[in-house]
Design a protein around this ligand. Structure first.
Ligand code: GLY
Length: 373
């Protein structure tokens, strides 16, 4: 089943190379991807899909297209195009770092290190955290951290590994600790974002951006937490991160509806019209594979997580994927921002990416580009 799903995804991605040219797919509207310039938080996912397809097929057309995206990311960094946010890790892990991992290209490694320096500019020493959005001292955004940022920390851990400079890793671990302490609640659910006092670092409180309410659990945020803490554990071996990834995974997988694919928020009232977020389930499945990879071969918990993984991925493949259909995207029924009425029931390029990453890890053991292989 996984191989069939991958073959379909690879064929669609190949068609999309011509369809998108030098533009980048973002989210869809009426089944068509919005094609954007390299100026949003989502551009790296297309690059990552091309690298995954290249690793799987060794087809030169994927390599050439993937390398073109890396050149685009170089221009973006040189020109400083929309880089004043925490998402630098999403952008450069899956593009320049992927090229380094796949081809050991030194220029790509240097570009990735430059990107890590750019992410470090988000570090706010008074409060000791990575600010999510907006300029330093911004009255509204200056004190905000965000759970999504956990997937950006591997860029910093990796930069310390590569350079021997511990500063990146120290910042990443402090951010992971703060995220664990303030974004994850006592019942293992999570806030999407959290505010601190900008000068003193005193905690203020949790808030949402894309979730149902400030106190609810946005499913994609919970999924970022599962994957992000499992990755922080890989790099630091701090057992608290592994424990947190497990707790967040249990919360996520034990609260899914009958078909094992998440609604967009765990607290939204469920009616026949409630939107799913298949991208949250794809991220959680990829995160679960990272979590399982961190457990001993004889750990009795492996079977428990493995069962959830297979149930989720089977449902995505059988009920949400576009296998056999004429379509631009791979995974239907993602939601970007339901309350903002932004693509609440569409293809999301990150949903497609994590679905493909997860399939390839199941089938071939090819993980993503979050860590050195
Ligand atoms: N990181 C933004 C999102 O998940 O929508």
């Amino acid at each position: 089943m996984w191989k069939n799903a991958i073959d379909d995804a690879v064929a669609k991605t190949l068609q999309n190379i011509d369809r998108f040219g030098d533009r980048f797919p973002h989210v869809s509207r009426n089944g068509k991807y919005q094609q954007i310039d390299n100026n949003d938080w989502t551009n790296g996912f297309w690059s990552g899909m091309l690298w995954l397809c290249y690793e799987y097929t060794r087809d030169e057309r994927f390599r050439a297209a993937a390398s073109r995206t890396v050149e685009s990311f170089r221009e973006r960094l040189d020109a400083g195009v929309v880089l004043d946010h925490h998402d630098i890790g999403f952008l450069y892990s899956l593009s320049a770092k992927a090229k380094w991992i796949v081809e050991k290209d030194e220029a790509a490694r240097q570009l990735t290190l430059q990107a890590a320096d750019t992410l470090m500019k988000r570090w706010r020493e008074p409060g000791r955290y990575i600010q999510a959005w907006g300029p330093a001292n911004d009255p509204k955004e200056g004190g905000r951290i965000i759970i999504d940022c956990l997937l950006n920390l591997p860029l910093l851990y990796w930069a310390s590994e590569q350079t021997g400079n511990p500063t990146y890793k120290e910042a990443a671990a402090i951010q992971a600790d703060k995220s664990r302490r303030y974004l994850v609640r006592g019942d293992d659910s999570s806030y999407h974002t959290f505010f601190f006092h900008q000068e003193t670092g005193e905690p203020i409180g949790g808030a949402t951006h894309q979730g149902y309410t400030n106190g609810s659990t946005w499913t994609r945020g919970q999924a970022w937490g599962i994957y992000g803490f499992a990755l922080s554990y890989r790099y630091t071996k701090d057992p608290l991160y592994l424990e947190t990834a497990k707790r967040m995974a249990k919360y996520f997988f034990e609260r899914l509806p009958e078909d094992h694919v998440a609604y967009w928020d765990f607290n939204v009232p469920v009616t026949p019209d409630t939107y799913r977020d298949s991208s949250a389930s794809a991220i959680a499945a990829a995160g679960l594979q990272e979590l399982i990879a961190q457990l001993d071969e004889c750990d009795p918990e492996r079977a428990y997580y493995q069962e959830w993984l297979v149930k989720s991925m089977t449902s995505l493949v059988q009920h949400y994927a576009t296998i056999g259909e004429e379509a631009e995207g791979l995974l239907k029924r993602g939601s970007y921002h339901v309350r903002g009425d932004l693509s609440p029931d569409d293809f999301m390029i990150w949903g497609d990416y994590f679905y493909l990453e997860s399939l390839m890890r199941l089938e071939r053991g090819i993980g993503g580009y979050w860590y050195e292989r």
